[in-house]
Design a protein. Structure first.
Ligand SMILES: [Fe+2]
Length: 386
């Protein structure tokens, strides 16, 4: 074992309170009251606005004596102009908190509105690579996150991926002092997710775990959590795909997704760097795009993962820890989940390689990929999937 990392300094932190359990969305009003919030803005995406869980959430708030408004003008890949509208509603409605409910888009929109609502900074002032504006923890509104897919893992931190509609790229925003006050995990909310979305969002969670674990550097909290998230998602995903009502496996997926989301505090990798830009350019589903990319990116990164692949293979229950068995298992999983084999099948046009590669290398996730990347190397990975 290499003990040299223990001679260096590190900074580790751990995220937010989590409440888990079946049917616990009913308690959201109670949780808001406990945190002295009385008039939240509920944020979700357009596709979720009419779903029963949004009504259930608002009913719970009302029963607890709280008033609220609903903002749902949010695309699958949330846009900067939508965040401006949400912020305006937050301010005109004099809200004191954001309750974000949904998949990645609803949660990211809620977080972005919360980031910008109580200050005069512009949205892109919060871009990940920039120095965070000087804002104290207490100057942000309270944020509660309620995931309805087991995939994004976005419920325990403040990063949000948004499309810059002027430059047509996705940018990551966050603030180190802005964290959800609570993540509420209720597996019942994921039961009605259609099989294809269950698969796509589930592979997003698996990609988080694998890419986070692959990021170089010592982070014992994130590394352990990544392996446990990987084990849970890999074990439960085929079960919920074939049997959507398997509530215990739905619970395993939701917790596995949350763990995988915590793990990527450490960073992500090339699958996400490419996926972010493909999503911004062609509006593809984030999890599906990752699913198409994951195995090719892993094969590309394999020379740098000699010590880590056996541990990942062990985590997903393989007896043979060789890279080939690990890749073969993941490729079989993609087939079992009916994931298309190439990017053309998900609406990405041929001829986009250079453009995608030039944008992806600037993505924050490319900087933590275990193998150093260049535009030609990224282009070769993309081209192999067209
Ligand atoms: Fe992701």
């Amino acid at each position: 074992m290499d003990l040299s990392p223990f001679l260096e300094n590190h900074s580790w932190s751990f995220p937010v309170p989590i409440e888990y359990g079946l049917g616990r969305l009913d308690e959201i009003g109670h949780f808001c009251l406990k945190k002295n919030c009385s008039h939240p803005l509920v944020v979700t995406d357009r596709g979720s606005a009419d779903l029963p869980y949004v009504k259930k959430l608002i009913d719970s708030l009302t029963k607890a004596g709280l008033t609220s408004d609903l903002f749902f003008d949010v695309s699958p890949n949330p846009r900067d102009i939508e965040i401006e509208k949400g912020k305006s509603l937050f301010l005109s409605g004099e809200h004191d908190a954001v309750v974000a409910i949904g998949g990645g888009s609803g949660l990211d929109a809620g977080k972005a509105i919360g980031l910008t609502a109580n200050n005069s900074y512009e949205l892109w002032d919060f871009e990940y690579e920039r120095t965070s504006p000087p804002i104290d923890e207490n100057d942000f509104p309270m944020l509660i996150c309620v995931p309805t897919t087991a995939g994004t893992g976005a419920e325990t931190e403040s990063t949000a991926m948004l499309t810059d509609t002027i430059d047509q790229v996705k940018r990551c925003i966050w603030h180190r002092n802005f964290k959800p006050s609570l993540a509420l995990l209720d597996p019942e909310l994921t039961v009605n997710l259609p099989p294809h979305l269950t698969a796509w969002t589930g592979i997003d969670a698996l990609t988080h775990a694998i890419e986070a674990y692959s990021v170089p550097g010592l982070h014992p909290l994130c590394d352990s959590i990544a392996l446990q998230g990987m084990e849970l998602v890999h074990h439960c995903l085929p079960q919920v795909y074939s049997d959507p009502n398997n509530i215990s496996a739905r619970g395993g997926m939701l917790v596995g997704s949350c763990l995988s989301g915590i793990a990527f505090l450490k960073g992500l990798g090339l699958a996400h760097a490419i996926s972010h830009m493909v999503g911004a350019l062609y509006d593809t589903h984030h999890g599906l795009t990752n699913a198409v990319l994951l195995c090719s990116v892993l094969r590309f990164n394999a020379p740098t993962l000699e010590k880590k692949i056996p541990k990942m293979a062990n985590a997903i229950g393989l007896k043979d820890h060789s890279p080939e068995q690990f890749f073969a298992n993941l490729e079989n999983l993609m087939e079992e989940l009916d994931i298309p084999r190439n990017l053309l099948d998900i609406g990405v046009p041929s001829g986009c390689t250079q453009k995608v590669a030039e944008l992806a290398i600037r993505d924050i996730a490319a900087s933590t990929n275990p193998r150093e990347v260049t535009v030609p190397l990224i282009a070769a990975v993309v081209e192999s999937l067209l």
